[in-house]
Design a protein around this ligand. Structure first.
Ligand code: PEP
Ligand code: MG
Length: 592
């Protein structure tokens, strides 16, 4: 409560998923709420029918115009076919069957346009959403998206597309990975959404875009927001401040300035920082696209520890061998000979891109995900990707890693496929590399517990702590309701990491961490103390992690790790790491 402001200031506790502070006006993706909320069922009189029909068709026309403008804007910017999504949306606006059914309901049943349209579009979306066919289910999501737009026009509400001059804070019930990826980072200040956790893909993308973000913001809070509202996102502590008083706003501006200073002082430095007692740790970047290389270079990082290649598949047309080859070549060329680890296609779970995953699964996280899909049902895609990688490998130091490994056979079969692809390329007279190091992602308890076996089949390990935590603790990584239990410092997770690091050491293969834990300075001491030699993270996390490493003492980190491994719970384990963080980088610790 403030005396300066007539509306009460309110602080909402949410989950911090990307650090930083954002202060600005809200852009509420109202269409996302509208597509789900039923409007009032109003019976109109015969004399109102004509005007209600006209209102509905005016809304359709306005939506059509809006979509055409968006398509042209995106087409001009991307030139990659992604704007095609708007063509699919335009077809929905022009769907005669659906529009005819709305007209009939208005004319014959005397229903108001909003209600008639809601009932009809919901029926269409529900029918498609219930099908087994992944493609048709995606169309259901399109219908919901478009119907939100039409409803917005029916209600004469302002646009909720971030094609605005001033940068805004995006507020929505949820953002799909493809929606987040499609946002222009120059028009967005941060995100406040309801669903998702710190390791959901929206969160990962927010971090790679360097934007503060919160998840777990209650829907009723989001629904109350309006475009004229100023809010503050505290992405360090997971707070959303509504109607901040001038005093609060000022204090957050100072905090943002202070954080900016601490972060920019950490921007430069070695990519192989040493602890105070002389142990080197390698730092590498996590990237989703060719464009991320520039950001990595700006923080002085040369190598890539994880390229999530599935983001190349995040468009309406599947990337063919040439498109992939060009992308991998650009990444390798941009890395000036530093190692680049590209992960093969990892779809499934919450990464449901397009129609790639085939049938609907009752439990997608335990389903045909990652290497299971590419070996079992999509060898066609796997071959194309491996061929593109083998050809691009000529342009730098390429390594390839396999997601969702649980058996050595998955690595062996992939190796066979690589040899087969190489032979074919050679027969075709195409230039390609003769050796392609193959790594295993350790992201399931099965992989960690059998790391000693897998180590004999892999050239390196990379620990995917996002999934490893999810599968070990039985916590859906995208579910904000159980986000409070998602604790990578749980001794069960730490023990699996330690086991993996020991197996790597015993078999003399390198081990890195490329999950979110690797880029969180809170865990640096524990990971380094457990024997992890490389940490791979989003560009924005490099500075803070480097800073912690330089202030650490390896002997102390080992002791902290040892204590954490036998700690009674996650909080106690984390407290050992936090103590070392406070000692190594007190100004950074004060922000977190
Ligand atoms: C992980 O699981 O930790 C990981 C790095 O992969 P992703 O987050 O893409 O599943
Ligand atoms: Mg993973």
């Amino acid at each position: 409560m403030t005396s300066e402001n007539s509306i009460q200031e309110e602080t909402i506790q949410a989950t911090a998923v990307s650090p930083g502070i954002a202060i600005g006006r809200v852009l509420l993706l109202r269409r996302k709420f509208l597509s789900e909320a039923a409007p009032a069922d109003v019976t109109i009189s015969e004399s109102q029918v004509a005007s209600e029909l006209e209102r509905f068709h005016r809304a359709l026309e306005a939506t059509r115009k809006e979509l055409l403008a968006l398509r042209d804007e995106l087409e001009a910017k991307l030139h990659n076919g992604d704007a095609g999504i708007f063509d699919a949306h335009l077809m929905i606006v022009d769907d005669r069957g659906m529009n005819g059914a709305v007209d009939t309901m208005i004319r014959d049943q005397h229903k108001n346009a909003d209600y008639a349209f809601f009932c009809t579009s919901s029926r269409y979306a529900a029918a498609l959403g219930a099908t087994e066919d992944e493609y048709l289910r995606e169309r259901a999501a399109d219908i919901r998206d478009v119907s939100g737009r039409i409803r917005r026009h029916l209600e004469n509400l302002e646009s909720d597309d971030p094609a605005l001059e001033d940068r805004r804070i995006i507020a929505a019930p949820e953002l799909t990975p493809s929606e987040t990826a499609g946002l222009d980072r120059n028009k967005v200040l941060g995100f406040a959404v309801e669903t998702g956790s710190a390791v959901s893909h929206t969160a990962i993308l927010a971090r790679s875009m360097g934007l503060p973000a919160l998840t777990g913001v209650p829907r009723k809070v989001l629904e109350q927001l309006s475009a004229s509202d100023t809010v503050i996102i505290d992405g360090f502590h997971g707070r959303l401040i509504l109607h901040p008083s001038p005093r609060t706003e000022e204090s957050y501006r100072l905090k943002a300035e202070e954080a900016g200073k601490v972060y920019s002082a950490m921007k430069t430095g070695s990519t192989r920082p040493e602890t105070k007692d002389g142990f080197e740790v390698n730092l590498a970047g996590n990237i989703d696209s060719v464009a991320d290389i520039e950001t990595l270079r700006s923080v002085g990082v040369g190598g890539v520890g994880l390229m999530r290649s599935e983001y190349l598949f995040n468009c309406s047309r599947l990337p063919d061998e040439e498109v992939q080859f060009e992308a991998y070549k650009a990444i390798l060329s941009g890395c000036d000979g530093h190692p680049v680890v590209i992960r093969t296609l990892d779809v499934g779970g919450d990464k449901l891109f397009g129609t790639l995953t085939g049938r609907k699964e009752p439990n997608p996280f335990l389903g045909l995900r990652g290497v299971r899909l590419t070996l079992k049902e999509r060898r066609d895609l796997f071959r194309i990707q491996l061929r593109a990688l083998l050809r691009a490998g000529v342009f730098g130091d390429l390594r390839v890693m396999i997601p969702m490994v649980t058996n050595p056979a998955e690595l062996d079969e992939t190796r066979e496929l690589i040899s087969e692809c190489r032979k074919k390329l050679q027969q075709e007279g195409q230039e390609c590399i003769s050796r392609l190091p193959l790594g295993a992602m350790i992201e399931t308890p099965a992989a960690a517990l059998s790391a000693d076996i897998l180590a004999r089949h892999a050239d390196f390990f990379s620990i995917g702590t996002n999934d490893l935590t999810q599968y070990t603790l039985a916590i859906d990584r995208g579910n904000e309701r159980v986000a409070y239990l998602y604790m990578p410092s749980h001794p069960a997770v730490l023990r699996l990491i330690a086991l993996t690091a020991r197996a790597a050491e015993a078999n003399r293969i390198p081990v890195s961490v490329c999950g979110q834990m690797g880029g969180d300075p809170l865990y640096t001491a524990l990971l380094v103390g457990m024997g992890v030699q490389e940490l791979s993270m989003d560009a924005g996390a490099i500075g803070p992690v480097r800073r912690v490493i330089c202030g650490l003492n390896m002997a102390e980190a080992r002791l902290a790790a040892k204590a954490a491994l036998s700690a009674p719970d996650a909080d106690t384990a984390l407290s050992y790491s936090r103590k070392l963080l406070e000692k190594a980088a007190p100004d950074l610790a004060a922000l977190l």
